[in-house]
Design a binder for this molecule. Structure first.
Ligand SMILES: Cc1ncc(COP(=O)(O)O)c(C=O)c1O
Length: 400
């Protein structure tokens, strides 16, 4: 793989005006291959929220048959992708968008087996779906979202994303039966996403004790989940025929993929390998997405100030959500200003060497959110720009 240096990127992007965003395909395909290896033969569903670029989603799905289907994030997005020829779509988050549900119902009539599958975790979600279905409608296919969190201290400590209320085998079977009572809704899938394992790096920099605590929690949680996910899949499988049992994310592919009850895993962030994914002990990815900012002023010899750059990532508002200075090496953010709306001062040894008109390369903390800041991505391969493709934003779409 070509080296990732400031000099090399400056050569490649010599004709492109900063700010701009890019994806290094050599790195992305190395990450893709590494993730397929970690999934060890389980199909990998691609999380669209972490890519947010139609051209790259299509390229990934076309790259290897190990990548199968998309995990989407809103129903309007799902319908938009379906219209553009994407198939095998699993919407991972529940919707209350009645207009879009109406459209889904029409799509389900036209293509009952191929229409997107939507997520449910309570009777209200089922009511919403039923309310848009006419008498002659084809069944809408649904997936139960099972809480994959880890409960300790008799349930007083709950670790994991606060999503579905469906946690136990009994909860899942009760919802499955509720679905079976409704002839226009068809249960075809289960999903259980263990965010506390897949989405939390277990080697946080400079925090050894916290890292040890995270690794301890993740071992416990994985051991509990392997049993519970299997028990839920078996019990719900008695109520309805399941086509899909989905789990995992970039951070847990080798763990989730090894579970017998799981039919497929999900990955998205690992393609771009944003900064938050630098801190896992189980795998190493290559940074594949970045953005370039121009240096526009030098407040003093040791500070180089870039235009813009305040692209903070969602989540708990701690410094790990800030973008990371990448190239040249030896830059850091100013603790007072961080990354700003109109300017980002950069400190560190490398800042002394930077002049007005130079450019710096940064990485987002998360994956897909970068695409909400730029209309297009410059794709590079083998030391040259091969294409410029629209992001979702460039397609005029900002779903979330
Ligand atoms: C339901 C679900 N599955 C899988 C993932 C993993 O995505 P990624 O590989 O981008 O971390 C996520 C991320 O939040 C998710 O919400």
């Amino acid at each position: 793989m070509p080296e990732q240096t400031h000099a090399r990127y400056e050569e490649v992007f010599a004709e492109v005006e900063a700010p701009f965003a890019f994806v290094d395909l050599d790195a992305m395909w190395a990450n893709a291959a590494a993730m397929l290896g970690r999934a060890a033969g389980k199909p990998v569903r691609v999380a669209s929220k972490s890519v947010r670029c139609r051209a790259l989603l299509a390229a990934i799905l076309g790259r290897d048959e190990g990548f199968a289907g998309l995990m989407t994030f809103t129903l309007p997005e799902t319908l938009w992708l379906a219209e553009r020829g994407f198939e095998d779509l699993l919407l991972a988050y529940p919707t209350a968008d009645m207009g879009a549900l109406g459209e889904l119902a029409l799509r389900s009539v036209a293509n009952p087996e191929g229409a997107p599958i939507v997520m449910v975790d309570c009777a209200e979600h089922l009511d919403a779906i039923e309310s848009v279905l006419g008498a002659g409608a084809a069944p809408v296919r649904v997936c139960i979202d099972v809480d994959a969190g880890w409960w300790a201290l008799g349930g007083r400590l709950k670790v994991g994303p606060k999503r579905s209320p469906v946690h136990s085998v009994e909860d899942a079977v009760a919802l499955a039966r509720e679905i079976e009572r409704r002839p226009q809704i068809q249960l075809v899938a289960l999903m259980a996403y263990e965010g506390q394992i897949a989405g939390v790096g277990d080697r946080p920099p400079g925090r050894r004790l916290r890292g040890a605590a995270i690794r301890w929690m993740q071992r416990r949680s994985a051991a509990e989940l392997v049993e519970r996910r299997a028990a839920i899949a078996a019990a719900v499988g008695e109520v309805a025929e399941l086509e899909i049992v989905n789990g995992g994310g970039t951070g847990s592919l080798e763990l989730t993929g090894a579970e017998e009850a799981v039919t497929e895993v999900t990955a998205g962030s690992g393609f771009y390998a944003p900064a938050l994914f630098d801190h896992y002990s189980r795998f190493r990815l290559t940074p594949a997405a970045g953005f370039a900012l121009p240096i526009v002023r030098k407040p003093s010899a040791g500070v180089a100030t870039a235009l813009g750059g305040g692209y903070l990532a969602s989540g708990g508002g701690d410094p790990s959500r800030l973008p990371a200075p990448w190239l040249p090496q030896g830059l850091r953010l100013d603790p007072e200003e961080g990354a700003g709306e109109v300017q980002t001062p950069l400190l560190g040894a490398a800042a002394r060497e930077l002049s007005v008109g130079d450019r710096v390369y940064m990485r987002h903390a998360k994956a897909g959110e970068l695409c909400e800041r730029f209309d297009s991505l410059h794709l590079i391969e083998n030391g040259q720009i091969v294409e410029q493709v629209p992001t979702y934003r460039g397609d005029g779409k900002s779903f979330l």
